[in-house]
Design a binder for this molecule. Sequence first.
Ligand SMILES: Cc1cc2nc3c(=O)[nH]c(=O)nc-3n(C[C@H](O)[C@H](O)[C@H](O)COP(=O)(O)O)c2cc1C
Length: 333
Amino acid sequence: MSEEREKIYYWKNSLTWTIEDGVLNIEARKYKGHPVGVFSQLYYDFLKGKSERELEGYFSQYESRAARIIKLFVQDLMANGFLVSAIASPLELFQSQYQFIGDDYPEHFFLVKDNVDRYVEAKKHRFDSRQRSSSIVLVNTNDLPEVLHRRTSTRRFDVTKKVDMQVFNDLLISLCQKQHGESITYYYPSAGGLYPLNMYVFVKEGRVKGVSGGLYKLNPANHALIPHQLDADINTDAQYFTNKEIAKESAFTIYFTYDGEVNMQKYKGQGYFYGILETGILLGLISYYAEYLGLGSCVIGDMEFGKIESYFELNTNEVYMQSIELGMKLMIP
Ligand SMILES: Cc1cc2nc3c(=O)[nH]c(=O)nc-3n(C[C@H](O)[C@H](O)[C@H](O)COP(=O)(O)O)c2cc1C
């Protein structure tokens, strides 16, 4: 469907621009001359969106030399991601929200481990307030299931142990469809039963018994891992410093993407929000089920996905959400 639809260009989410001393500054880029004079009109026009077909005629309102320059300007805006024709990544979508939170910490504060430890400790104590006399105190009468007790994030994996194929199979089956006659259901909930998430699995060579290394795409309907890019060179380059060891030692990784084409027609922008929630549901499902199956797991919040994105060949409106590293836990005596 997305392949057939004509592209419509809009400004990217929370674009920042100024015109000062005759220079147009769009984020870190600077423009002079014709673009400065026409920018306010251009800005207004693209707020409403311009299709590729409309764009052809759009430049002819200017005399030929100006038209050529403005066309080049618009092409530059597209090349730099200021004018876009697809949904934004979650990172881009949410980054401006930070402006409402006070900047209370110096620039490199969170690069110092002690600072982070103290910060985390303080947040964990944020509920420590006096109880009201009318509070209902919850008492542990039934012990929680063992697997809930045991789950923690695993950051050291045993690189000498292979994951059993049956365990690998069982874990991935939890992301697949259950088919009973005509009806299709899943092991997890999804808004409207639309299931807009895609899953990709990168297996390291020799780390899962009976499974060749490489990038696979999960087909939840056929219960199959389809080879996607078996020679994908996914190493730790895309990982931030603190996550490099985790990604280096894990046996396999599951990447979740959200495809806006699947639920946005029904839910509009809210569909994206549901996609994020459903990613969280899947990370929860995988973390607990992995623990149950004897695997360790660690969610990776942020990475430079752009460095490996080409291997995934995502659809136009498909964006990377999160990944989770899995493998046999390293037993430290
Ligand atoms: C959305 C999300 C992102 C996370 N990102 C990372 C990460 O990038 N690196 C990491 O080591 N742990 C990551 N974690 C794991 C948390 O650090 C961990 O859950 C937390 O410290 C509590 O510890 P526990 O899971 O062992 O109970 C992430 C967890 C979540 C839910």
